[in-house]
Design a protein around this ligand. Structure first.
Ligand code: ADP
Ligand code: MG
Length: 257
């Protein structure tokens, strides 16, 4: 089921990635590849190392061993710190929607969305405001929401606003940590449609962490199951459904909670 030969359209390649926190081994030799234009999902029980793996792909944590290439760049070869020129250039090519939104409470929604543009481009304020308003519209938020503060938003609106911020710099690659967690089924369905639209309209490559079976069945092209520090299987949901009988770590996801 797992293709061992690296393909030319790999956007992310992890090879033998190992990570421990003290004595606690989180990843022991993770190999995986994310291909251009796909929606790739990472699933696994709580504490299985999904968020840590995502953080490693976006330079927020360095693994103890192994290699990670993202958009053709070997992450180990990058200098430490945000000031490094190549690091900055790479960071602008991806967008991240964090599990808890990650919006700044002291800024309006529109200011939050404009922040990456302020930090990474020399555009003037008027243009930044215009782009931020457009990104908010793209995620289906009404124009007046831009003037609100994050604390005034519902869960679904918060997800949309953080998605708008993740899209601020027109990324090639989008990382979503639990995009529908905590949402009612209707809002979750709307976020689901939105993610699909982003992939279909812009050809974005999307890496998402989720427990949401609807999202997995409807959106994920391929899914990697993490357990015991390893990738237990990679494939489409229907491929995983077929092999689950032989692997309890995969079966768990089909049995439900
Ligand atoms: P998941 O997202 O799959 O729930 P995480 O990647 O957040 O799992 O965490 C995996 C394991 O690593 C957990 O046991 C967690 O407690 C531990 N862990 C994560 N980050 C740190 C950290 N910065 N320091 C110590 N332990 C951590
Ligand atoms: Mg997590």
């Amino acid at each position: 089921m797992q293709d061992p030969t690296p393909s030319d359209d790999a956007v992310i390649t992890l090879s033998k990635v190992s990570t421990s926190f003290g004595e606690h081994v989180v990843h022991s030799g993770i190999d995986l590849e994310v291909r251009r234009g796909e929606i790739f999902a990472l699933i696994g029980g709580s504490g299985s190392g999904k968020s840590t793996l995502l953080r490693e792909m976006i330079l927020l944590h360095r693994p103890d061993a192994g290699s990670i290439r993202v958009l053709g760049v070997d992450l180990q070869a990058l200098g430490d710190g945000d000031a490094d020129r190549d690091t900055l250039a790479l960071r602008q090519r991806w967008g991240v929607m964090f599990q808890h939104g990650g919006l700044f409470g002291s800024l309006t929604v529109q200011e939050n969305v404009g922040l990456p543009l302020r930090e990474h481009t020399g555009l003037d304020d008027a243009l930044i405001d215009e782009i931020a308003a457009w990104k908010l519209a793209m995620t289906g938020l009404e124009p007046q929401v831009g003037a609100q503060y994050p604390s005034e938003l519902s869960g679904g609106m918060m997800k949309r606003a953080s998605l708008a911020r993740a899209l601020a710099l027109d990324p090639e690659l989008l990382f979503l940590d639990e995009p529908t967690a905590g949402l009612d089924p209707e809002s979750a369905g709307e976020v689901d449609q939105l993610v699909r639209k982003l992939r279909d309209l812009f050809g974005l490559t999307i890496v998402m962490i989720t427990h949401d079976l609807d999202l997995l069945w409807q959106l994920a092209d391929r899914v990697a199951v993490l357990a015991d520090g390893k990738v237990q299987g990679i494939g489409s949901m229907s491929e995983l459904a077929q092999v689950q009988v032989d692997n309890p770590a995969i079966r768990k996801f089909f049995d439900g909670p």
